[in-house]
Design a protein around this ligand. Structure first.
Ligand code: PLP
Length: 397
């Protein structure tokens, strides 16, 4: 056994999260794509079976009350809350991330006063996941604002008394760079603007601290590090002090103060409920609720510590096993700037990833030349990391 394989064995036996892997359905594939689709938690199939057969099949309409369907968005929001550093009552689950970006961004411009008050600019991360950029362009146009797309590093320089809202990603989906959420949020506040954060690549992988850092609004998906399943509903955080003034651009009947009053005029519900729109997607939502049980007794701090140890070890193994010059790491080395993935630039990256997958190492390819490896500390171990790097080295000979 090589020195690195021995080290991996030792690290795995000292790993306090090693036992959590048994809460997932996995095989001997090295699964490094949990930042795209988290693995299946073992409790989910049985729960979904119960929701379909008993709750829907036999209780039918009664389940809206008796099975807690109606209140699922806020109940499950409260399960997500501690994972992103939010007190209860500020998160609702539902709709996709794209839709929640729209609600949050238009809501943010309205909170800021918008063009009538002289705040007529929306700032967006130019390197963002495309959907956020598309939605930001439309949200800016609809609210009469100009969109300014800049890199997160340039954000402080473009903020002014004209800035209404700023949409940023906590972790860059391509490079895995972790942005300075506390610092950028304070800079946005110093300019009198509203900060909206997209947590898709950080929630479930590292501490976010929404309440502690004064974040105004946030969104994120639940099918990456939160393992909610394909297309599981996203979430929207509206900071408690903004809730009374949060004016959703999608005021559906589920966010009405009296949804069953069937009134012709809209009156918003108090609290986080304002983020709801229409009838929730119950099957996906209750699968997510079961999936979140894997977090019982797990601290996000322990997850972060293991995540950094895994990515450090991966980088070390890549240096040892991959011939010099074949890959270039685009993920920052500094812990303070690293999310839970490692992105390696490589020639013919799409073909290399195809060959890795054939050999049981699953990561993904991101256009144009990036091999992306996501590390979910709940189920990835150090031996997996060593094997992935070794097979990468063999693939690149
Ligand atoms: C994954 C991801 C999304 C996904 O949006 P959907 O509406 O769920 O398709 C959006 N934004 C970012 C930054 C992401 O990483």
């Amino acid at each position: 056994m090589s020195e690195l394989a021995l080290r991996a064995e030792k690290l795995d036996s000292a790993d306090e999260l090693a036992g959590v892997r048994a809460r997932f359905v996995l095989d001997d594939v090295v699964y490094l794509d949990g930042n795209s689709l988290g693995a299946l938690p073992a409790a989910v199939p049985e729960r979904v079976e119960d929701v379909v057969r008993r709750q829907w099949g036999s209780l039918r309409i009664r389940s809206w009350g008796e099975s807690g369907w109606w209140t699922a968005p806020e109940r499950i929001g409260d399960l997500v809350a501690p994972l992103v550093g939010a007190a209860a009552g500020q998160i609702v689950v539902g709709d996709s991330t794209s839709v929640n970006v729209f609600k949050a961004l238009v809501g943010a411009v309205r909170l800021a006063g918008g063009p009538e008050s002289g705040r007529d600019e929306v700032v967006v991360d130019a390197t963002t996941f495309p959907t956020d950029g598309y939605i930001a362009e439309s949200a800016a146009r609809m609210t009469g604002c100009t969109l300014r797309a800049v890199t997160p590093a340039e954000v402080p320089d473009v903020l002014s008394e004209r800035t209404a809202a700023v949409l940023l990603n906590h972790v860059d989906y391509r490079t895995g760079r972790l942005h300075d959420l506390p610092g950028l949020t304070s800079a946005v506040h110093a300019a009198g603007a509203i900060a909206v954060w997209d947590l898709c690549h950080s929630a479930g992988a590292l501490p976010v601290g929404l309440d502690a850092h004064g974040v105004d609004l946030a969104v994120g998906c639940t099918y990456k590090y939160l393992n909610g399943g394909p297309g599981s509903p996203a979430y929207l955080y509206v900071r408690r002090e903004h809730q009374d003034r949060f004016d959703s651009p999608l005021p559906g009947w589920n966010s009405h103060a009296e949804p069953f009053g069937m009134r012709t005029s809209y009156a918003p519900a108090p609290g986080a409920l304002r983020g709801r729109v229409g009838t929730p997607d119950i099957l996906s939502m209750l699968a997510l609720e079961a999936a979140l049980e894997v977090w019982d007794g797990v601290s996000v701090e322990a997850v972060r510590a293991k995540s950094l140890a895994l990515t450090d070890f991966f980088l070390e193994c890549v240096s040892a096993y991959v011939d010099e010059g074949r890959v270039e790491c685009v993920t920052p080395r500094a812990h303070a700037e690293r999310g839970s993935q490692v992105a390696l630039r490589c020639e013919n990256a799409d073909d290399v990833m195809r060959r890795l997958i054939e050999r049981g190492v699953v990561g993904d390819f991101r256009h144009p030349d990036v091999l992306r490896f996501g590390f979910t500390p709940l189920y990835v171990g150090f031996a997996d990391v060593e094997r992935a790097a070794r097979i990468l080295g063999e693939t690149l000979i």
